[in-house]
Design a protein around this ligand. Sequence first.
Ligand SMILES: Cc1cc2nc3c(=O)[nH]c(=O)nc-3n(C[C@H](O)[C@H](O)[C@H](O)COP(=O)(O)O)c2cc1C
Length: 205
Amino acid sequence: MKVLLINGSPRANGNTAYALEQMAQVFAAEGVEVQTLHIGNQAIRGCIACGSCAKTGKCVFDDAVNQAAPLFQEADGIVVGTPVYYASANATAIAFLDRLFYSTSFDKRMKVGAGVVIARRGGCSATFDELNKYFTISGMVVASSHYWNSVHGRLPGEAAQDPEGIATVRNLAKNMSFLMKSIRLGREQYGLPAYEPRVSTNFVR
Ligand SMILES: Cc1cc2nc3c(=O)[nH]c(=O)nc-3n(C[C@H](O)[C@H](O)[C@H](O)COP(=O)(O)O)c2cc1C
């Protein structure tokens, strides 16, 4: 059982890292192997819609996206942590996610996904929704907690002063562990659902 943690903050030891570390502790206790990738401090450009990935199966820009792809393929779940910037995920995290999800064609169905957002004060819900869009267009299962997955803090370390936020992400990791284990059993017993043939209608045609 493996989970991939993505730190979308430019800060290696900021509040996003703190929240993800809390989750990593829970995963370790649950016997789930954790791999953490810090991508928020890297120069990750956005998708250029070149279509190269459709031919080669990987992104034309050989950076953290291509490094993460096989880890994501192997993983039973993924957690994307990002600081909130102007009521959105930070730009690097979005560039990374656009390219990771668009350039990889492996089956993501029933992998478990969770977004974790960190803010001083506002924009958490919008950012949370933004992250969940990647999972819910991919046949993935979104894990939840007893509150939306947000932790508050501004300066590095301040997240530790938000016990409700920390409890939220720790419970999220517990729920994710349960889901990943349950889905593993379900896949073995029932297999994945057979999908309808793919149709792309571009709205009208
Ligand atoms: C460019 C920028 C934009 C930000 N926008 C918001 C915002 O919209 N809402 C908010 O509450 N905090 C905002 N913040 C504060 C960060 O979300 C906050 O400091 C967070 O803890 C940073 O996480 P990190 O330590 O993991 O980098 C912003 C910070 C920066 C640098």
